[in-house]
Design a protein. Sequence first.
Length: 267
Amino acid sequence: MGEWQGPGGLDVTRPNVARMYDYYLGGKNHFPADRAAAEKVVELSRGHVREAVRENRAFLGRAVRHLAGECGIRRFVDLGAGLPTQGNVHEIALAAAPDAQVVYVDNDPVVAVHGRALLAGDPRVEFLEADLRRPGDVLAALPAGFGPGEEPVALLMLACLHFVSDEEDPAGIVAQYRDALPPGSHIVVSHVTSDPLPAVMAAAGGVYGAANAPFDARPREAIARFFDGFELVEPGLVQVHEWRPDPDTPPLRTAFLPVLGGIARRP
């Protein structure tokens, strides 16, 4: 008997990282295999993975509001966008700047189907089914107004670079995007760090090894390299909940959140 196929021939027997993330966030777009794998990570992290993804999502919101409001950015590209959920980039950006344009990019066909259904009918928002690991393909597919010599762009890479292996040279990939961005553009990066719990992160990586995209948690110094050639915006590379937190933000349940994030500007 062949593997059970979900809607449209979708294989739902193998965990999918986008659907696992959706599960952590309390969404509905996941299947038993996704939930089983995600629960293993929840157990390994003593439940803190849910807090980490919520804080990562909150960081995304603050970053987009900062870029649209204080920096005047009107062009947003969300690489490795994942499944639509609450507080999507276009919702935040368009609320702050109705003339903004947002392009989502993901190579997962499941994400593409959901994304296009959500975005249908709004000319300010597009979805590209492309692989962030191939900057040339992504950049060539971007709509008019996003290229060299155009207005500054915000390039968002949240919780996606840890799915790019060292052999694929993630820092080199980011550098290719950097060199194509107009001056005044910004990048936003968040990334799982192996500090200070490398054994736990290695075990979690083992769970993801059976999913559609293995991940590599990295030490702080490796994550900092993604910002080479950029000027970090204060407070720099920090735990995501520490990046300009909103007033009255409740305290974390854990002393350390293993997700680092930062925003940087191309001079």
